[in-house]
Write a protein that binds this ligand. Structure first.
Ligand code: GDP
Ligand code: MG
Length: 436
């Protein structure tokens, strides 16, 4: 539902010519409504829309794009920020065992998650066991034992109502058995109550877990966040595991949890099967909420094409014979910004082909920049004026050798000559290269 709402907001923007304060405001009103409907915390939604608005106003709008698309990108980035940063690390102690406690309301997925986590840890080379510390429902122990059998993980059980005792004995067993992680499955209630909170905090006090994860059902939306806050007030939570994200829930809870509790989402549950656990990546979740990851990519590509416009300007300069060192430097920087060499070659045939095998990094560009800055304006415009004595002067000015200056001049000339050929249409023209 959130995805559809976002879609229509962005669509309404896409007809507009450019992003103005007025149409962003209007769009943000809609976005805020959509967030609230998706059960996102009120304060979080408000702050979020403010952040997006600010980012949108500060954004240099790329002319070739529809504002709606730019907004998708901005919203996507802000969503990522809101839920991040990535923190999927499970911290282990040495010597072990590392004790991981799972807490949460009844039915949120603790028991399932315990087994998923055990399976995940096995894949990371760990040797986990599980402790059945939900003594409230008779079936809870059997459920964990059954899951343990499926993944071949030992489960510690005891026939008592004393959760502290089971936890302690379970950890003893863990040490004896040479396990390096103990996963503690605890009892939940349908609602937060004193009894449950008392029990989990007693267990936590007794065994001082190294990690306490709150398991939250994403389907209950805002209630999940409210309970997360209450759990967080009572227990030192290390992170949240958000379950049932495979359902209809489009992440309203995911959006608010971090902002409300300050605790990162570590993992997400995306199905009932035991391999349906994933590390939480805010950027992926953001795309998922927007349901339009492809649009985000498109915007990113289009932003690169800003450099296409820049390239056209360069082409004009070439034709007029006014392409100089400053332009050259600009191109280098553009190339670096864009990353992948192959896409740059298309955009910047001259320089790109000349430097195709060269690693353009900050150091290299800094070096060129230093040399170029040491040139007079006349020299920058016209390399023919750079004689041997000028070369020595330039080298002294930037702390390089005359040879390095000579080599830059040579590279520049070759790039320029090649660009001349390209821009005069000799190789199908710059335009042809760019669209190809
Ligand atoms: P607990 O009471 O907190 O221990 O919850 P359970 O682990 O018993 O899970 C309650 C129900 O939620 C079970 O039917 C699980 O199969 C289901 N469940 C748990 N995690 C997920 C998930 O990520 N996706 C889906 N679709 N179902 C889940
Ligand atoms: Mg359970």
């Amino acid at each position: 539902a959130l995805t559809q709402k976002f879609n229509s907001v962005f669509k309404s923007l896409s007809g507009k010519g450019k992003i103005t304060e007025a149409n962003v405001k209007e769009a943000m009103r809609e976005v805020r409504k959509a967030l609230l409907e998706a059960d996102v915390n009120y304060k979080v939604a408000k702050q979020f829309c403010k952040d997006v608005q600010e980012a949108a106003m500060g954004q240099e709008v790329v002319k070739s794009l529809h504002p709606g698309q730019v907004m998708v990108k901005i919203v996507n980035d802000e969503l990522t920020k809101l839920m991040g940063p990535v923190d999927t690390q499970v911290y282990f102690v040495s010597p072990g065992p590392t004790i991981i406690m799972l807490a949460g309301l009844q039915g949120c997925g603790k028991t399932t998650t315990a087994a998923k986590l055990a399976k995940y840890l096995i894949s990371k080379g760990k040797k986990p066991m599980m402790i059945a510390d939900d003594l409230q429902r008779p079936a809870a122990i059997d459920q964990l034992v059954t899951l343990g059998e499926q993944i071949d993980v030992e489960v510690y059980t005891e026939d008592t109502k004393d959760a502290v005792r089971v936890a302690k004995n379970g950890i003893k067993r863990c040490k004896q058995g040479g396990y390096d992680v103990a996963i503690l499955d605890t009892a939940g209630r349908l609602h937060i109550d004193e009894e449950m909170m008392g029990e989990v905090s007693d267990v936590a006090k007794a065994v001082t877990p190294h990690q306490i994860y709150l398991v939250c059902d994403a389907m209950i939306g805002q209630d999940a966040v409210t309970s997360a806050k209450e759990f967080n007030d009572r227990l030192e939570l290390d992170g949240v595991i958000l379950t049932k994200l495979d359902g209809d829930a489009r992440g309203g809870a995911a959006l608010s949890v971090k902002a409300v509790t300050g605790k990162p989402i570590k993992f997400i549950g995306v199905g009932e099967k035991l391999d349906k656990i994933e590390e939480f990546h805010p950027d992926r979740m953001a795309s998922r909420i927007l349901g339009m990851g492809d649009v985000v990519t498109l915007v990113e590509k289009a932003q690169e094409q800003y450099d296409e416009e820049e390239a056209k300007k360069m082409q004009t300069k070439m034709q007029k014979g006014t392409f100089g060192f400053d332009d050259f430097l600009k191109q280098m920087k553009a190339m670096k910004k864009m990353g992948g060499m192959s896409s740059m070659l298309k955009l910047l045939p001259g320089v790109g082909q000349q430097l195709g095998n060269m690693d353009i990094d900050d150091g290299e560009i800094g070096k060129m920049e230093g040399i170029i800055h040491s040139m007079t304006e006349e020299e920058r415009r016209d390399p023919e004026t750079i004689s041997a004595s000028r070369r020595r002067r330039i080298a002294r000015g930037c702390g390089r050798t005359p040879n390095e200056v000579a080599s830059l001049v040579k590279t520049f000339k070759r790039s320029r000559d090649m660009m001349k050929v390209v821009s005069s249409g000799g190789m199908g023209g710059l335009k042809g290269l760019m669209s190809g």
